[in-house]
Ligand binder design. Structure first.
Ligand code: FMN
Length: 171
């Protein structure tokens, strides 16, 4: 799939077939995330790949309103490590770094014909306990990964270019 087509077709998927994710696809998607840029190239991330149905069920039970995530055969828990990386001199870069890696992840998934959905509504402490995530590490994103039940490409609802881009000055 062409890069721009992957961008055009990617959407948040909230309904999955039970079909397994091919190992080769999973490895290519994880490799895409691994190659993402990060502040000072510190790569402050760890992607926990969860396939075990009981563990997935336990995690999703702490993601209110996201029961559909259990339908997918793989759950990705993207964790952010403490880092010296900074944005604009003071803001810690962890969340931005993990988000950037997840952008790679979700577009690569699209290129493989697979769907993802960034879930940020979760109760982190029990999820950290289930996965053994140590305290300084933050769970940033949870996402199902699997075959979408509906592959229809719909138009994106986005602000017009004139509203999100200005030239030479902020306007
Ligand atoms: C920072 C961030 C947090 C998000 N959190 C959630 C979430 O908790 N639950 C959810 O269903 N979607 C979540 N999303 C997905 C957005 O709702 C979705 O990307 C947006 O509506 C655009 O739709 P699209 O991804 O289908 O293009 C999140 C996306 C981002 C970037």
């Amino acid at each position: 799939m062409d890069f721009y087509e992957a961008i055009r077709c990617r959407r948040s998927v909230r309904s999955f077939k039970p079909d397994p994710v091919p190992e080769k696809s999973l490895n290519r998607i994880l490799e895409a995330a691994r190659c993402a840029p990060s502040s000072l190239n510190l790569q402050p991330w760890k992607f926990v790949v969860v396939k075990d149905p009981q563990t997935r069920h336990a995690i999703v039970s702490h993601c209110p309103g996201h029961d559909y995530a259990q339908e997918a055969p793989v759950l990705i828990v993207a964790c952010g490590l403490p880092t010296e990386g900074k944005i604009a001199g003071n803001t810690c870069s962890t969340v931005a770094d993990v988000a950037t890696a997840f952008a790679h992840f979700s577009l690569a998934a699209m290129a493989e014909g697979l769907g993802t959905c960034w879930i940020s509504a979760f109760d982190a402490p029990p999820i950290k306990q289930i996965l053994g995530v140590p305290d300084p590490v933050q769970v940033v994103i949870i996402s199902p990964l699997g075959c979408p039940t509906d592959e229809t490409v719909r138009p994106k609802h986005r602000k017009p270019m004139s509203e999100v881009v200005s030239w030479e000055k902020f306007a």
